[in-house]
Design a protein around this ligand. Sequence first.
Ligand SMILES: [Fe+2]
Length: 339
Amino acid sequence: MPVIRIEDIAHVRFAAPDLAAMRSFLVDFGFGVFEHAGRLYGRGRDGRPFLHVTEPGEARFLAVGLRAASLADLETLAQSEGATVEPFGEPGGGHVVRLVDPDGYNVEVVAGQAVHAPALPFADPPRNTAAKKPRLRAPLRLQAAPAHIQRIGHAVLRVRDFRASEAWYKARFGLLTSDEVEAARDVPLGAFLRCDRGDLPSDHHTVFLAQLPGPPGLLHAAFEVAHLDDLMLGHQHLKARGYKPAWGVGRHIMGSQIFDYWLDPFGNELEHWTDGDMFTAADPPQKQTMQALLAVQWGAPHPMLAGRLAPPAGLIAFLMALRLRLARMFRRKHEGNPA
Ligand SMILES: [Fe+2]
């Protein structure tokens, strides 16, 4: 039984030395941007006060925000963690419980933020397909523009010990596994975790914990855009502005979403996505291979697999499994011989 069940991800928080450069990027990425108390905020069209925060400082990832259902849930969480419920001194108010996860990441669990009415949905014209032609006498005329960010969808964290992090997040926030990814049989490298909202549909993943090589940090945060045309217009816009593409456009296997990843001026990776899978609490977890994690249903191959000298996905998975097995062995030995 988890302490609480979170409803969704709320925001991601960064520090950056040049807020003007971050502001330009956020506008081009499709956020509504505003400043408050020396911090920069990006909001979407869902009426939530903000989805992305930048504080002045050395460039780094600062925190992930998760949304609890109520203040009562924050009280329950705080009591269980020996933490306190504090007023959340950010636009939209509300309250927060600040926790630190096993890798030292700050987790801000928020509730009671003021929510405005969502902006009118961005134009979503019917699509003509081979099977159905609902768009009649209505020519499609798209305007060049940044994508229209609706909401934040997920964050991907690099973790040192997937099982330890999984246990920590599941016990506190009631997350459910959608897909567990294995480098080899019984050698998990991570999992796509979603919110348990009972019968209500939930995104395929809200948090992805990944035990991948490299320095700790946020691997990316993802923001939902209106639809495929919106995502492609956003891609065109970011390309024209000279930003660095990271991976895309393509359609993932796990989560099925159409994706497009970009780097902000400080090296943080942000994703535009649309048309992802939805599940309820009744849907059982699945196991997937690392090859499926790197592969696409269509579109740009993962950067690791692009180029003429790219290693085969099977070799990457084999080396990853070896690395994870060694880490597991080392941990067991270490736990067995507390020095
Ligand atoms: Fe993603």
